[in-house]
Design a binder for this molecule. Structure first.
Ligand code: DBV
Length: 258
């Protein structure tokens, strides 16, 4: 089927995509920041394929929304729906290294065995209090409030811990009514508060020195390289869209600062 999308700011329209409200919220919030499209080939703006048995093929659709602004190098969202059960929103907002800002990361994943929720303002320089303190002071009380209303997410890969803040909202939710209720009553308002906190930091951020921006760039590249190498969706994307396209997508679109 032909895509109606010609640039990364064109609306995303995937039927039954569970996370549409979250992307709508993000788009509205960015609309006041004079965003411009992020350069991207059509092959990554929209991709469709089929999987499952030939007698009963299921459709998988992926669309990528993205933008850039004066202080944001790239904000991009991988939006994927595979059959009825698998619905993924992977949103990462990467600031320009000319400002002392964290990443915004949201990984919302619905699979046949439940929902995985990962939300954080992720540090580029975790051990640098000038980079972290002003963020965590604001975010920790927000985290405490919402994490206390959610089941814990369980262990995360040890090597990944350095890329998360102490305010990492992490949970695994059951499918069905209970999960739906938690997504509406907890994840949605939590997402709004994390995004507002991030955009307030962006609004107040002042340009930093060349030396400092070089340090930020090093930290940002380390994060991007880790995420590109360890992307937990690699297997799934390869199954749907093949090796070459998937490696291109991960390294040249999703985590393209290496
Ligand atoms: N994760 C991505 C992209 C996705 C995506 C681009 C396009 O980075 C989806 C889709 N994440 C995705 C899927 C799973 C996870 C898991 C499909 C489930 C894999 C499975 O269970 O089969 C946060 N995402 C996870 C996990 C974490 C995150 C902690 C569970 C552990 C894991 O399976 O590895 N955000 C994610 C993450 C980092 C981060 C791994 C690393 C620094 O910042």
């Amino acid at each position: 089927m032909q895509s109606k999308r010609n640039n990364s700011l064109d609306p995303v329209s995937i039927s039954n995509w569970r996370w549409a409200d979250f992307l709508d919220k993000t788009i509205k919030k960015f609309s006041i920041l004079e965003p411009s499209p992020y350069p991207m080939k059509n092959d990554f703006l929209f991709r469709e394929s089929f999987f499952g048995s030939s007698s009963n093929p299921k459709k998988v659709t992926l669309e990528t929304w993205a933008l850039k602004t004066e202080k944001i190098r790239q904000a991009r969202c991988a939006c994927l729906q595979a059959g009825e059960m698998t619905s993924v929103m992977n949103l990462v907002i990467s600031p320009s290294n000319n400002y002392d800002l964290p990443f915004f990361g949201a990984d919302f994943v619905s699979l046949p065995n439940g929902h995985l929720i990962a939300l954080d303002l992720q540090p580029a320089l975790k051990d640098d209090t000038n980079h972290t303190q002003h963020v965590w002071t604001k975010l920790n009380p927000i985290h405490l409030n919402w994490q206390s209303k959610l089941p814990l997410g369980g262990d995360i890969p040890a090597e990944a811990r350095q890329y998360f803040s102490p305010a990492f909202l992490w949970s695994r939710l059951p499918l069905g009514e209970e999960g739906d209720k938690l997504i509406t009553q907890v994840i949605k308002p939590a997402f709004a508060e994390y995004l507002n906190c991030f955009l307030d930091l962006v609004r107040d951020a002042k340009m930093i020195s060349k030396e400092r921006s070089f340090q930020l760039l090093k930290g940002q590249k380390k994060y991007m390289q880790y995420r590109a190498i360890k992307d937990p969706a690699r297997g799934m994307l390869k199954g749907f869209f093949g090796n070459i396209w998937t490696e291109n997508y991960i390294n040249n679109i999703l985590f393209d600062l290496q």
